[in-house]
Design a protein around this ligand. Structure first.
Ligand code: ZN
Length: 254
């Protein structure tokens, strides 16, 4: 979503200046370094990996944006006023600006010489949407830990957040506390993950646009399963609040 938005608005325009409005957003770079690195350059292309965006400045320098939970990018035309929680403001020539707005500052801004090295150094796993079924089985088969924390472990798979992990397990009929899944279950789960993430992209992650058969529009205390009407269960699993249907996502005894 963010990558498509950037591509539609912000590529191939000369950056007049960049202004760090809040240093807490910076990761491994100083205000001066970042502002100097951006001034006079253009974003040549954008790559997404999980929740990170890599914007190419030139052959050996990329801007890295991690949107975190609350970060978003907003393109402002003709000097429109920047949003209240702007942490980084990039001003293009022609008076258009790109704001990185992040009320809670869970996001990060940094620089890297190579997206590949960046991901390897941090041991970040493959992007969920770029995995094929075999790659997914290789990561998940034989794993003894609970399935949901494994899906959220960015060292295994990048890009599946708490909400969409709940949704994929719901669609696959698998309890978030299950462990030691069979190949068949993992194959179904892989398909669910792909479908859920593609639907999220198509609907721009607008929960109200999701099909009613999905968990997310009903994911709240007192919500009911849209498939069988059962009252949804809520539980902390691996430290994250999880919703699931006690009826069609039963924990099978192994
Ligand atoms: Zn159900």
């Amino acid at each position: 979503m963010a990558r498509r938005y950037l591509e539609a608005t912000s590529l191939h325009q000369t950056i007049r200046a960049a202004e760090v409005k809040d240093e807490r957003i910076l990761a491994g770079v100083s205000t001066r370094e970042l502002e100097m690195a951006l001034a006079g350059k253009q974003f040549e292309c954008a790559i997404r990996h999980g929740k990170r965006l890599f914007l190419k400045l030139h052959d050996s320098l990329w801007l890295v944006l991690h949107l975190g939970l609350t970060g978003r990018l907003i393109y402002l035309e003709n000097g429109a006023k920047e949003p209240h929680h702007t942490r980084l403001l990039i001003s293009f020539e022609k008076d258009h600006n790109l704001a990185f707005d992040d009320p809670r500052i869970f996001g990060e801004v940094g620089l890297t010489k190579s997206p590949q090295d960046f991901l390897e150094e941090r041991k970040i796993g493959p992007d969920a949407l770029q995995l094929d079924p075999n790659g997914f089985l290789k990561i998940m088969d034989g794993r003894k830990s609970l399935v949901k924390p494994a899906l959220l472990n960015q060292r295994l798979i990048a890009g599946l957040g708490n909400l969409y992990a709940d949704e994929a397990l719901f669609q696959a009929g698998i309890c978030p506390r299950a462990r030691g899944l069979t190949i068949e279950q993992l194959t179904i789960l892989f398909s669910s993950i792909q479908e859920v993430l593609k639907t999220a992209l198509a609907t721009h992650a607008d929960l109200e646009e999701l099909p009613d058969s999905y968990l997310l529009p009903h994911r709240r205390s007192g919500g009911r399963c849209p498939q069988d009407g059962a009252l949804l269960s809520r539980d902390k699993i691996g430290g994250r609040t999880s919703y699931f249907c006690p009826e069609h996502q039963k924990l099978e005894k192994s």
